[in-house]
Design a protein around this ligand. Structure first.
Ligand SMILES: CC(C)(COP(=O)(O)OP(=O)(O)OC[C@H]1O[C@@H](n2cnc3c(N)ncnc32)[C@H](O)[C@@H]1OP(=O)(O)O)[C@@H](O)C(=O)NCCC(=O)NCCS
Length: 159
């Protein structure tokens, strides 16, 4: 695991292409802007020296959602680490890379003094997140509607 760098953009786009259907592919320019905006809280994970997974995260407020395709807006007084996107390339699934990326992000949240962590579960991933200690929670943020049907806001404490 290490912080994501601008030079990781091609690997991130490759993994995104392998993990999401066309309507969920976010534009390269938006992805690049997020890497620049959230240096230090976005992570990549490698297997055998090749980047095979990523996690986009940034300081936010509880209840807020990042719209699909929108740049990150970092909170001035954050209380939450918002995990925008976690993806592992199919050839590296099931090796614990996703759990390790989430564990590192939660560690960062603790270091930053954030009381909450939050995300939007998509693609039937709710059981995966539940297994990692997350639970469904209410949000009134209309950004949830920018995601395909079934998207679920979830939270946990970083501890
Ligand atoms: C969801 C995803 C990140 C999981 O990656 P992974 O490589 O299987 O995850 P890990 O190997 O780190 O597994 C961590 C744990 O979650 C469990 N798990 C993995 N997928 C699961 C699922 N669909 N349902 C329930 N548990 C699951 C694993 O068994 C493992 O448990 P263990 O440590 O007790 O053995 C991966 O399937 C993926 O990239 N999907 C496509 C992108 C996506 O939809 N991301 C979610 C965005 S919200």
């Amino acid at each position: 695991m290490r912080p994501m760098l601008p030079a990781d953009l091609d690997a991130v786009l490759r993994i995104q292409a392998a993990c999401y259907p066309a309507p969920m592919q976010e534009p390269a320019a938006v992805v690049a802007s997020r890497i620049a905006a959230a240096r230090g809280t976005c992570l990549v994970g490698s297997h055998e020296g090749i980047v095979r997974g990523y996690l986009f995260a940034y300081p936010s407020r509880l209840g807020l959602v990042t719209d699909l395709n929108a740049p990150f807006t970092l909170a001035h007084q954050p209380d939450t680490l918002y995990l925008h996107d976690l993806a592992i390339e199919p050839c590296a699934l099931g090796r614990g890379l996703a759990r390790a990326l989430v564990d590192d992000a939660l560690c960062l949240a603790r270091t930053l003094g954030l009381a909450h962590a939050a995300l939007v579960s998509v693609q039937d991933s709710a059981r995966f997140w539940q297994a990692l200690g997350w639970r469904a929670a209410p949000t009134r943020d209309a950004g949830l509607d920018t995601y395909p049907h079934g998207a679920l806001y979830m939270v946990r404490t970083p501890a």
